[in-house]
Design a protein around this ligand. Sequence first.
Ligand code: NDP
Length: 389
Amino acid sequence: MKKKICILGSTGSIGVTSLKIFDKKIKNFNICVLVANRNYNLICKQIKKYKPKIFIITNQLVYKKVLKKFRNYKIKILNDFNNLNLKFDISISAIPGLAGLEPTIKIVKLSKKVLIANKESIICGWSLLKKESQKNNTDIVPIDSEHYSISKLIKDIKPTSIKKIYITASGGPFLNYKKKQFNKIEPKHALKHPKWKMGKKITIDSSTLMNKIFEIVEAEKLFNLPNHKLDILIHPNSLVHAIIELNNGIKKFIYHETSMTIPLVNAIFDGNLDISEFYKSKKQESFVPENLIFKPVSHKLFPAIKLKAKANKHPSAPIIINASNEILVDQFLIKKIPFLSIFKIIMSILKDVNYKKYAIRIAKNIKQINEIDTWARNITLKKIKEIYE
Ligand code: NDP
């Protein structure tokens, strides 16, 4: 029996990498449902190539255009998730931002296994995802390379034996910048990641190191780890993804080449595969590790790191920080605000008179998450207006 597949964000970096993996073993998989937003050309190509049962397109204009083009095809083109009720063996959640949360909850209800790349849905809505995964017996597998590594490193380890877990960071494009150069950063500089090819939002988050703050919260939620047991290490090689330090003096880490294909393939096939079928190593045949460099994060260059202990201090703090960051990244990309304002404005939101009122709320459902998210988006836009207009 072919395994039924659903991919949220099929035209993005994670979506396309996943489809390339399924392509190699397409006889074993049925690409049933694909979801995207506005990449018209790639949506059309994917419809012709995979002939999915359903393609969900959330952008209204693109939806109408695709619907018209494929009106004589058997495929169902939908504009929302309301009528999605197929069952899946494997689903992949890769819509960036909070926009990914509701669709992820939906596929958790319909799938046996969900591979989650969309960290924003974990940091904002983990309690809802966990509840649905328990109710529906759905296996949730994080595929952020750091969290995939942590999930393997802590397997069969007692939580009390863990002294510390380190998440590594490449340091992004500005690792070797001088402080004064940060004033001149433009989107085109921040979008040039030295190691990973990813979507725009996560690439900007990697350049500010906000991505690592989100990954710390993600690890706290997924593995029920306290903040003081988690830390960030700069590792420009991007070959070691996470390190576990045990109380017995032993440290273990997971090392693999810098490609999302590796965690994705392992998560899809539960580790039972020969990676060479999917991924051509850039290294020599025999394994000779490079000189591995690790160093602490400079708080002077990357002030976002100061949020490490704050980002999950109150129940809804991650929702607020995520929302504010999403707005600020968008505004930076359209050159409305400078790079350094991303962190400065997030800090001003944390000092706002109403911050605590929202941050201490426990969001019990999507409506409540959206209320907190909306407050944070509006106050962020207000602050941008006050400063830059
Ligand atoms: P991309 O920007 O490359 O792709 C985003 C995908 O989501 C596209 O298919 C896009 O459609 C679709 N999309 C965006 N908004 C919506 C929406 N409102 N409704 C439906 N579809 C939507 O992102 P990435 O693949 O880089 O990242 C996806 C997620 O995975 C992020 O949360 C990121 O943090 C996480 N992640 C990514 C990694 C990577 O290597 N890329 C590594 C680890 C985590 P369209 O193109 O049609 O507009």
